[in-house]
Design a protein around this ligand. Structure first.
Ligand SMILES: [Zn+2]
Length: 309
């Protein structure tokens, strides 16, 4: 399947909405079409992008309107467009619903206009998005563990696998179609960023996908993939965990460790500077007393890894 902007039918009534190049903020979404009703997996980072997506889906949703939205996790590139579908039931894990209140879009709108070094850094990552006028519509239904939904005669299974990327990551399975929407448990072509951790939970989520009877795998960022794509992410996380542990046990500081680890085969992945966050998160799970830097410092470190000197 081509990795191009727009809606792609990956199986009968199972659509992926893809936004190349899958880098910071360029997320995917999904549409599961039942008889007379549809389920939307995630909205996008701003209102303009979400409206463009809903327009691309409109010939389908005219007959099967979106009755349910699932937010796979709380990052803005998966829920900031919620207000455009707030007539629907919005479903998320309880942990995600809590986390969705923590990063107000108005703060990102202000950072996008901020002068000086912090504003410049923010715009380097997120300058292409418009955070004005966003009021996040919060979930109207939450769950923990697992939840089965029925969408126009189709069964959809939600499985909470967080904390991993965030505190409440959810996988969205459509068993009869052998399909899964993974949210940011998968970045394909890009580097995963482990904000919450522990990395072990994320590795377990990869194992769960590999053990499931699925062949159509839609990541949160990047092209539609297969189980080999899942294994690659698992291998990366396992590699980072092992390399971080050696350095932690040797007494090396987390930021020094991130600069010391040679990514070798993983260095060609997009956003490889996310290693800085991933090593820090690994340190936090190895040592509960470890103090992580604030989010501005985290972005500085990612930038520095990708732009040395
Ligand atoms: Zn994302």
């Amino acid at each position: 399947m081509d990795y191009t902007l727009g809606l792609h039918e990956v199986a009968d009534g199972i659509h992926a909405y893809l936004q190349p190049d899958g880098g910071w903020g360029w997320s995917n979404a999904g549409l599961i079409v039942g008889d007379g009703s549809s389920l939307l997996v995630d909205t996008l980072f701003d209102l303009k992008l979400t409206a463009r997506m809903l327009d691309a889906m409109s010939t389908i949703t005219a007959g099967s309107p979106i009755g349910t939205v699932v937010n796979t996790h709380a990052n803005g590139d998966h829920c900031y467009g919620n207000q455009l579908v707030k007539h629907a039931e919005i479903v998320a894990s309880e942990a995600t619903a809590h986390e969705m209140t923590e990063v107000p879009p108005a703060m990102l709108a202000a950072l996008n206009k901020a002068p000086g070094e912090v504003g410049e850094l923010f715009r380097h990552f997120f300058g292409e998005f418009d955070f004005e006028g966003i009021e996040v519509a919060l979930p109207s239904r939450t769950f923990t563990g697992r939840l089965e939904l029925e969408v126009g005669g189709r069964t959809v299974e939600l499985v909470e696998v967080g904390p991993a990327h965030t505190r409440g990551d959810t996988l969205v399975f459509v068993p009869e179609s052998r399909a899964v929407f993974t949210g940011d448990i998968l970045f394909i072509g890009g580097t995963p960023v482990v904000w919450a951790g522990p990395l072990e939970n994320w590795i377990a989520a990869c194992d769960m996908i590999c053990a499931a009877d699925v062949e159509h795998i839609v990541p949160g960022h990047g092209p539609v993939t297969d189980k080999a794509g899942v294994v690659a992410i698992r291998d990366y996380l396992d590699f980072v965990l092992r390399e971080a542990k050696v350095r932690h046990d040797g007494g090396m500081d987390a930021w020094d460790a991130a600069r010391d680890i040679a990514l070798n085969g993983f260095s060609g992945w997009g956003e490889f500077g996310r290693l800085a966050v991933n090593v820090d998160t690994a340190y936090r799970s190895m040592d509960p007393a470890h103090r992580s830097p604030d989010v501005v410092e985290q972005f500085k470190r990612m930038f520095r890894l990708e732009h040395p000197g």
